[in-house]
Write a protein that binds this ligand. Sequence first.
Ligand code: FAD
Length: 563
Amino acid sequence: MGEKAAPNGEIYTMPTFVKRPTLSVYDYIIVGSGSAGSVLAARLTEDKSNKVLLIEAGASDRNIFIQMPAGLGIPLMKDRYNWKFFAEIEHFTDSTEGPYTPRGRVLGGSSSINGMNWVRGNRADYDHWSDCGLTNWSYAHCLPYFKRSENCGHGDSAYRGKNGPTNVIKAEASNPLFQAFIQASNEYGLALNNDHNGASQIGVHKTQRNVANGIRHSASQAYLYDQPDKPNLEILLETRCTAIEFSGADAVKVHLNRRGENFSIEVAGELILSAGAIQSPQLLMLAGIGDANMLADTEISVRQHMPGVGSNLQDHPAWCFDYGVTNSHDSLASKLSYFGRLKIGMEWLLAKRGLGISNHFEVGAFLCLTENETIPDVQMECIAMKGDFAPEGITIEPGYQCFTSLQRPTSRGKLWIESADPTKAPKFQFNYLSTHYDQDITIAAIKATREIFQQPAWNGRLTPELSGVHQLKSNQDIMQWAYAHIESNYHPCGTCRMGTDDEAVTDEAGKVHGFNNLRVVDASIIPSIPAGNLNAITIMIAEKIADSLLGLPALEAEYPKHN
Ligand SMILES: Cc1cc2nc3c(=O)[nH]c(=O)nc-3n(C[C@H](O)[C@H](O)[C@H](O)COP(=O)(O)OP(=O)(O)OC[C@H]3O[C@@H](n4cnc5c(N)ncnc54)[C@H](O)[C@@H]3O)c2cc1C
C-alpha cells in the first residue's frame, strides 16, 4: 500500500488493489467501478464491519492523460480505456455504421474518460420521477444527495454542497470566442445564469467541471483515492464478471475471468450491478432475466421473464455545428502545436495550471423552446476548436464547435443480446427522433442554434457553418440534415428502469423485482432521462441508494425557495 496526498493536503493510503480476492465471501460485491460503483464502494465501506469487493473489467486509471483534464481525447481513443460500442444503424439513415457509443473501461468507468461537465438536470425531472410513483425521488429528496456529493466553491449553499468528495469549479471562459458566445446568447434573449446547477437551469453559462487541483476528479479519484484508507475494500482490476449464480431468488456467486483465469466468489449480502447502461442489462440477460422471447433465440434458459430489461433505452441525441474562425489565434487549436502542447504539459505537470486544467468545454446554454419556461428542451456545449474525437484517432483544427442536444427526448430504444457469450457486445438501437415531439423540437433546436450564431456579437469572427445547415430553408431540408448528422451525446440510460409498474426492472432502491439481494445501481435505473449530462446524476443516485443499502434513514428532503 502506497501513500499519497489528497487534494485537501491530508495523506491517505492508496486503495487496496488485489490480484485475487483475499476472502471467498464478501458482504457486498459491486460489479463495475464507474460513476455509481466507485461511490457505492466508498459509502458501503464507511461501515467498517462490511467487507466489500469492487470488480472492474478495465485497468488502472493512473494515466497522465486521464488525470490531465485537457488530455481527455487521448484515453478516449484507446481500446484499453474505452469499450467503443456502436449502436445499431438508425432506420432513417443509409449510413453504414450506427452511432458511436464510447464507455469507460477503466477504474472510474466513464467518469475517467468523460468530458467532466458537471450538470445536475432540472428539478422537474425528479419531480416527474416522483409523480410516476417513485415518491422518494422528487427534487426535494434528491437535492441533499447532490449536495452531499460535491465540494463546490461557488453558489448558494441552499443548492450547492460545500464538503462533499467531488470538487466542482467554474470555467473561466476567457477565450474571445467563449465571450462572443455568451454575448450572442444575450443578444438572442438568453440571460447569463451564474449557477445552472442552482435555483434555475435556464440561460447561458460558464460551465462547471469536476476538477480538483488541476486533476480530473473522476468518481474513482474523488471517492476511492482522495478518501481515508478503507481496509475493508478490495479492488479487483482487469476482471470481468461473466455470470451470476443463484439459489432460488438469491444471488449467491459471481463468476469472474481475470486475464483468462476463471474463478468465482460468494456474496453473503447484496450483489450490485454497476456495469453501466449497456452492460448491467446484459449481465441480467446472461443470467436469464429478460424478455423470454428474446432469450429463446439464445441458449440461455429463462430465470425470470422481464421484458423491461433492455427496453426504455434513452439518450440525448446531438448535432455538432462546425464553424471556421477568421483569426486562427482565437481558436484553441492555435495553442496546440507540438511546442504548444509541450508548454501546456509542462505547466500542468509542474504547477497544475494553464490550459491543461481545462476540459475545453467552457461555455454552454440551456434553452426552453416550447411554452414552458423553466424546463430546458435543448442544451448547447461549446469548444473553441474543431475537434474530431473519432474512435480511431483525434484531429484538431482551428474553429469553433457547438454541440446542440435534445434534453427531453420522448423516443425510446432498446438493448438486447444475441449470444450467451459474455464477451460479445450487446446490441442496441436508440430509435432517435421517432416521435413528433422529438422531430419538431429538433427543427426548433437547429433554428435556435443558427440564430445564436447569426448575432452581431460574433462580429465576423466565424466563417459560415461548414456543413451548410445555415443555408437550409424548409423544415423538411433541416430534418434531412438532422437525420444525416445525428450523434449520441454519450448518455445512454434507462435500460433497467426503477418503477412500480409491470415493465419496471427495479424498485426505488435499485433492487431487481423478484430477487432478494440483486441490485442494479447505475445510469440503467434512470426512469426518464434528465436534462443534463449524466455523471453528477448517476453519482447522486448511488449516494442515495448507498444510504438505503446501509439501512440509514434518508437525508431529509430540502425545499429551498426558487424563482
Ligand atoms: C466520452 C464520454 C463523455 C461524457 N461526458 C460527460 C460529461 O462531460 N459530463 C457528464 O456528466 N457525463 C458525461 N458522460 C456520461 C457519464 O460519464 C456517464 O453517463 C456515467 O459515467 C455513467 O456511469 P455508470 O456508473 O452508469 O457507468 P460507467 O461509469 O460507464 O461504469 C461502468 C463500469 O462497469 C465496468 N464493467 C462493465 N461490464 C463489466 C463486467 N462484466 N465486469 C466488470 N466490470 C464491468 C466498465 O468497465 C465501467 O468501468 C460522458 C460519457 C462518455 C463516455
